[in-house]
Design a protein around this ligand. Structure first.
Ligand code: GLN
Length: 447
């Protein structure tokens, strides 16, 4: 803990942490030290973990990196935090993220951007940018992020670490500040596959507080990390030959395909003709859900209330106008629009149907193959500020991560190489529903 506290202090310019629980972490370490000596310590004893600032931890502040939740303190812990603590993890602080997890560069945070430790002129990726950089820069051993459309995988890829988005329903969302409830999942960001497996087996499983958290038993992922046998892997012609894909990332994909074949695995081309529809479908559905989820921030129930408010209507209007950032407002308006009478069928209902087609397409591929191999993002981390002016340019960066989210499938980003610009490159594997064990063990072959 002292080592990490020292490193956090020395790396404040990265802006990864929003708050560090200094005294608590030191006390906890002493307590756990005793437990280790008594032989009563849990399986995460000694693991120093940071949590994204949209994960509730009782009696600690949580803000989703938004002004509207400034000063808000959690009155209960999320299920994932309860489970970490029950296994003696030490939670060292909360980590910067895009406001309400909306973004792909950590630049929409009320607390300012997180810098990529590989090159501080570049973005960290997002929305779990603080989580990825904290692990990348050894400010904690592991972190939890949340992934709605790539927010664990993409920053992990940009920072050269491992990021896993579990199957929808594998991990409880109780106590996670909701963005788009039919997409959100908590996932680990780690240096190794072993740590990701260990964290997942602790946080996963049914939960009486989240009806979407499945009762399917949780395997001992960390005991199942030896992938035996030969896998069948599909790569998608449309992603490999996508126009915007950086040539070095394409070359790395090709190289990995060749290596896997040389290893005796079957790697074949498959087709995903719906690629052009994934980003619009994702943004229609997630903004619709967000507009509803964020209606609760009314200046009355939680956090910020405008000092200018004089009656009920101005409390709502002014608190929301002053409390939400630009990107969050854009999404609330877009979501309200696609849900409004007269447009609902044209946008929301149609997007739901396309979501089903995307799911069917991927599940059809996964009925013939164990995994789908694809890039994580079309590029490596970009310059701070570079894509802020045009939201559509930013949204298009999500083209390779949102299909797993739309389909509820598990997916992992594995750091496999470095670009000639010295930035990390991550490749992505999508697995069958609830086959996190396969995904984790096979990823070790790529690493
Ligand atoms: N970049 C995507 C978005 O802005 C993903 C965000 C996320 O997964 N939370 O919505």
């Amino acid at each position: 803990v002292n080592n990490y506290l020292h490193r956090i202090n020395a790396n404040q310019h990265l802006n990864a942490f929003v708050e560090v629980f200094v005294d608590e972490a030191i006390q906890k370490a002493q307590l756990i030290d005793k437990k280790i000596k008594n032989g009563t310590a849990g399986k995460l004893a000694g693991m120093v973990i940071g949590i994204k600032d949209n994960i509730c931890y009782k009696n600690h502040k949580v803000s989703a990196s938004s002004k509207i939740l400034e000063g808000f303190t959690s009155i209960y812990s999320s299920t994932v935090v309860e489970r970490l603590l029950a296994e003696d993890a030490i939670i060292i602080g909360r980590l910067n993220c895009d406001e309400f997890a909306m973004g792909g560069s950590n630049e929409t945070s009320y607390y300012g951007p997180v810098l990529n430790a590989a090159d501080t002129t570049k973005v960290s990726g997002g929305s779990s940018g603080g989580s990825a950089v904290a692990v990348q820069a050894d400010l904690c051993l592991a972190a939890l992020g949340t992934d709605t459309g790539g927010s664990v995988r993409q920053p992990a890829a940009f920072c050269g670490v491992v990021g896993l988005k579990p199957t929808y329903g594998r991990v409880s969302r109780h106590g996670i500040i909701a963005f788009a409830s039919s997409f959100d999942q908590v996932g680990p960001i780690t240096k190794s596959i072993e740590d990701a497996a260990l964290l997942l087996e602790v946080i996963a499983g049914k939960d009486e507080y989240d009806g979407t958290a499945t009762s399917i038993p949780v395997p001992n992922y960390s005991n199942e990390l030896n992938f035996n046998g030969k896998a069948r892997i599909a790569y998608l012609d449309e992603t490999l030959n996508s126009e915007g894909l950086d040539p070095e990332i394409r070359a790395l994909m090709q190289q990995n395909i060749d290596l896997l074949r040389a290893d005796g695995h079957t790697v074949e081309e498959a087709h995903f003709p719906l690629l052009d529809y994934v980003v619009p479908t994702y943004y229609i559905l997630t903004t619709a859900e967000a507009s509803s989820n964020l209606a609760r921030y009314d200046g009355v129930h939680y956090g910020y209330r405008s000092p200018q408010a004089i009656d009920l209507e101005s409390t709502y209007k002014k608190s929301r106008t002053e409390g939400f950032g630009l990107e969050v407002k854009r999404r609330i308006m877009l979501g309200t629009f696609v849900l409004s009478a007269g447009y609902y069928d044209a946008y929301y209902a149609k997007a739901q149907r396309v979501r089903r087609m995307i799911m069917d397409n991927l599940n059809e591929i996964l009925s013939k193959y164990d995994f789908i191999l694809l890039p994580n993002a079309p590029t490596t981390a970009w310059n701070l500020g570079e894509k802020l002016k045009d939201p559509v340019v930013m949204y298009l960066e999500d083209i390779f991560t949102v299909q797993a989210s739309l389909s509820g499938l598990p997916a992992i980003s594995v750091p496999v190489g470095q670009h000639s610009n010295n930035l990390p490159i991550g490749l992505q594997l999508i697995g069958k529903k609830f086959d996190e064990a396969g995904l984790l063990s096979f990823s070790k072959i790529l690493l």
